[in-house]
Design a protein around this ligand. Structure first.
Ligand SMILES: Nc1ncnc2c1ncn2[C@@H]1O[C@H](COP(=O)(O)OS(=O)(=O)O)[C@@H](OP(=O)(O)O)[C@H]1O
Length: 458
């Protein structure tokens, strides 16, 4: 059959990954079901998802539980059961759900005919009073049919298991929700996110994730496929805080900013998290990104000049078009911020001026501390120093030594050519106008680069 149900509902959702792995390896299970995703109630909002190639279907409840065995002992009296069947809750469950899945306990099968009574009567009632045609399918076919009907449900949306008492109760006792970030630095890339990261971890109450072997300080969970590894995988990157209220766990993944999925996924798992973004002139960002790709020996970036990349037309080779999109799209600042604001209220979002972070990081870090509400106040004016050799602000260590970012941050490259500058100024014009309106709406000051760009519009 390929179908299994976890005892006591536990392990299917919130996901206990060991269960999925054992199911797959030992029993070749392909399908399961749960009442818990995303919540127990109301039944019609339940969804399915696919995790580790196991298809999880939403399950409904019919009012019969392990101890509901005899008709006359139905909670509230047998009339209640009949009412539920004849136009009541159970009837509506079937009517409102294109696919309804129920589970009966073995004891109900063995000791009583109540399950049969309920479903024979329910089917009769539905067929008598509606035009619905009821159909059944074995689990594997049903699961395929389900995700054919609801393809958008294939991707799971993980929630914080501690936000729902029932989820917490059925989750592993050894797990904790304390290993989730209180804030996210979302990017975009090349705006100074690593400098901000370095400055943040200097603070005694701010703790970052441990590094990833592939993506260094970035976990990159919410934006791409790592998300499908599940929240245990994510939480393993974070330390258990010594004091849950005082310690601020965070992660920065600079690709979150322009990701379609990240805001929704982040809001689902860490809805109270504060979000920090840094903006510099999108033209400079694009150029820095292009230089970054060249130094990582991206063949297309080595082959084409910056001007060729940014100005490529619709008939340009696909490698060039792909590079162009990756280079330019993150600079559509207003659209990306608007998407974050669909899921997070404005007071949870801080927009940092990247130019100021570069020239006056201590003031920015004061603003960041205030925004986060973190204590004790850390004096960055004393802890940071301008390193003239590096040309950037760095951490001041003992005996006047400095800890600066590596040579991949603050690269040396020729200034942008004037044709590219003019092209990008015009390319980003509408986006920048939108950004100025958005910042105005949010009551935020305009960074100086934006004011300059807007002057060109007039
Ligand atoms: N203090 C300090 N030290 C070094 N670099 C600094 C600093 N403050 C800001 N910047 C600017 O940060 C740019 C790199 O941005 P990111 O760290 O966001 O890049 S990345 O997306 O993580 O690759 C990097 O871009 P490039 O100059 O193009 O290398 C710097 O201009």
């Amino acid at each position: 059959m390929g179908y299994a149900v976890a005892p006591h509902h536990s392990g299917v959702y919130p996901v206990h990954v060991q269960l999925y792995e054992a199911w797959k390896k030992v029993w070749n299970i392909k399908i399961t079901s749960t009442e818990e995703y995303p919540h127990l109630k109301p039944a019609r909002y339940r969804r399915g998802f696919i995790h580790k190639n196991i298809m999880v279907l939403p399950r409904q409840t019919c009012g019969l539980f392990t101890h509901t065995i005899f008709y006359k002992e139905y909670p509230g009296g047998p009339k209640e059961l009949d009412k539920s069947i004849q136009g009541g809750e159970l009837f509506f469950t079937v009517v409102l759900n294109p696919v309804s899945i129920f589970m009966t306990h073995l004891s109900n099968y063995g000791n009583d005919r109540l399950g049969l009574y309920t479903f024979v009567n329910l089917a009769n009632f539905v067929q008598t009073w509606t035009n619905l045609r009821l159909q059944t399918l074995p689990p594997v076919q049903l699961a395929h049919k389900y995700f054919e009907l609801f393809p958008d449900q294939k991707d799971p949306l993980w929630q914080n298991p501690c936000d729902d008492k029932r989820h917490r109760d059925i989750w592993s006792k050894e797990k904790t929700c304390d290993r989730l970030p209180k804030f996210l630095v979302i990017g975009p890339q090349k705006t100074g996110t690593t400098a901000l990261y370095l400055f943040l971890v200097m603070h005694p109450s701010i703790l970052s994730n441990s590094p990833s072997p592939k993506t260094f300080e970035e976990v990159q969970f919410f934006n791409r496929n790592n998300y499908h590894r599940g929240i245990d995988w994510y939480m393993d990157f974070f330390p258990v805080p010594s004091n849950v209220t005082a310690d601020f766990l965070f992660e920065k993944s600079a690709n979150y900013f322009h990701s379609e999925e990240a805001p929704k996924r982040a809001a689902s798992l860490v809805p109270k998290a504060k979000i920090i973004t840094i903006l510099i002139d999108p033209s400079d960002r694009a150029y820095s990104w292009y230089q970054h790709q060249r130094s990582h020996e991206d063949p297309a970036a080595l082959k084409f000049s910056f001007y060729e990349v940014i100005s490529a037309g619709p008939h340009a080779p696909s490698e060039l078009r792909t590079l162009q999109k990756r280079c330019l799209v993150p600079g559509w600042y207003a659209s990306h911020i608007e998407r974050w604001l669909v899921y997070f209220p404005p007071f949870q979002l801080l927009i940092i001026d990247g130019q100021q972070l570069r020239t006056d990081p201590a003031t920015v870090m004061d603003e960041v501390q205030k925004f986060l509400g973190v204590s004790p106040h850390y004096n960055y004016s004393e802890a940071l120093t301008f390193d003239s050799h590096k040309g950037f602000w760095c951490q001041l260590l003992e005996e006047g030594k400095t800890k600066c970012l590596g040579k991949s941050k603050g690269r040396k490259y020729p200034p942008m050519d004037s044709d590219s500058r003019a092209f990008l100024s015009s390319y980003y014009r509408d986006h920048n106008v939108e950004l100025s309106k958005l910042l105005h709406k949010l009551g935020q000051p305009l960074p100086s680069w934006l004011r300059q760009e807007l002057q060109k519009v007039r």
